[in-house]
Design a protein around this ligand. Structure first.
Ligand SMILES: *[C@@H]1O[C@H](CO)[C@@H](O)[C@H](O)[C@H]1NC(C)=O
Ligand SMILES: *[C@@H]1O[C@H](CO)[C@@H](O)[C@H](O)[C@H]1NC(C)=O
Ligand SMILES: *[C@@H]1O[C@H](CO)[C@@H](O)[C@H](O)[C@H]1NC(C)=O
Ligand SMILES: *[C@@H]1O[C@H](CO)[C@@H](O)[C@H](O)[C@H]1NC(C)=O
Length: 351
């Protein structure tokens, strides 16, 4: 029944929305609209090799597998810059017909303030559609007036970014999820014409904290092309490891988890609950790109079992202090995304 509904929904979505290059959207390496993309920025320190810290691998539904980008992440070319340039170059930040929000617990320039969710990303959309880019890079992206800029602090470690293009109505759900996370919005604009649809985004943007009746929430999101993503978010009041205490159990899947774990603060692999969570220690991307998770600031997980086809990218590390933080994961059941990440698991600690 549920499968029928999803299938039917995807067919409708497919026929109703053709991609126009003028629409706000995630953009690929060639600056063309794309339904979603994922970037894996490689760490500077790989096993036996010191790199530049600005190379990255690129994945979307049309390329099919990880591809080494010909661009560097710190130039205004490549998928992330192409996507953000709709805000920077398009001057969408001055427009009263589009909404944007830049959020990062560690914003560029400004001081770190405690109390916000551990989350980083960008929303940009108009009444037709737009994108949600979520990533792991501190001090990024820059303020709109400054134009595209990649901070040098983001070079040393590995980082990931997930961009998905959504129709306007999906942003109502995304904003509902944001309320749980309570991101630090360091620059945003919600023009008057959007206040009726997005009152909570305006509130968050203005620095206030809308009230919540629960401590966590799950929402299904459908991309412009009808691909299904599932957003899991928790507030600071759900004090537990999001992977072990919640997502592995509700999705009924053992997880292999790659997160940034500082020595002495990490949560060990955990097999106490019915579904297990095991820490990845080494990553291998195509072309013999091998690196240790100590140099990887990204946050993602995959199901251990190939049948589950689950991949999530997100905000939180398996670290004791982050039990008390708001944050979330965006999960996908796309076989292509699963294959790319599952095959990247080189070594994990079982229990
Ligand atoms: C990008 O980073 C590389 C490596 O640190 C550096 O050599 C290059 O000059 C940088 N380019 C820009 C445009 O900042
Ligand atoms: C939006 O901006 C345009 C052009 O600057 C202006 O003419 C229009 O009145 C504005 N609309 C609203 C609702 O503020
Ligand atoms: C941030 O956003 C607002 C409204 O969009 C804008 O007026 C402001 O100048 C921006 N920049 C900074 C540095 O706050
Ligand atoms: C495993 O994780 C659960 C949920 O976070 C926690 O209650 C339990 O104490 C953990 N077990 C160990 C051995 O750390």
């Amino acid at each position: 029944m549920a499968t029928h509904f999803i299938l039917c929904f995807q067919v409708i979505m497919f026929f109703c929305c053709t991609v126009s290059s003028a629409d706000i959207s995630c953009r690929n390496e060639a600056d063309e609209p794309v339904d979603w993309f994922i970037i894996y920025k490689l760490p500077r320190y790989k096993v036996g090799v010191v790199g530049s810290g600005v190379e990255y691998m690129y994945l979307d539904s049309t390329v099919g597998h990880w591809q080494m980008s010909k661009f560097m992440v710190n130039t205004s070319q490549g998928a992330i810059a192409n996507t953000l340039n709709q805000l920077y170059m398009g001057k969408a930040y001055k427009s009263n017909s589009s909404v944007y929000a830049l959020y990062n617990d560690a914003p560029p320039v400004l001081d770190y303030i405690q109390g916000y969710g551990h989350t980083k990303g960008v929303l940009l959309f108009d009444r037709s559609q737009g994108f949600w880019l979520s990533h792991s890079i501190p001090h990024f992206p820059s303020f709109p007036e400054r134009g595209y800029f990649y901070p040098s602090s983001g070079k040393v470690n590995g980082q990931t970014a997930l961009c998905v293009s959504y129709q306007y109505e999906q942003f109502f759900l995304i904003v509902k999820q944001m309320v749980y996370i309570y991101p630090r919005f360091y620059n945003c604009s919600v023009p008057a014409a959007f206040l009726v649809d997005l009152p909570q985004l305006a509130q968050l943007c203005a620095g206030s904290k809308p009230a919540l009746t629960k401590d966590k929430s799950v929402e299904q999101l459908f991309s412009v092309q009808g691909d299904r993503f599932v957003s899991f978010v928790k507030s600071e009041h759900f004090v537990d490891d999001i992977y072990t205490g919640w997502v592995a159990q509700v999705l009924d899947a053992d997880l292999l988890v790659e997160t940034w774990q500082r020595i002495g603060h990490e949560l060990p692999s955990n097999c106490s609950l019915p579904k297990h969570t095991m820490n990845i220690k080494r990553i291998q991307l195509p072309g013999s790109v091998l690196f240790r998770s100590d140099y990887d600031h990204s946050k993602w997980c995959v199901s251990l079992a190939y049948e589950d086809q689950l991949t999530c990218l997100g905000d939180l590390n398996r670290e004791r202090a982050q039990l008390w933080r708001g944050g979330g994961l965006v999960c996908s059941f796309n076989p292509l995304i699963y294959k790319a990440f599952r095959q990247a698991v080189d070594w994990y600690i079982s229990c």
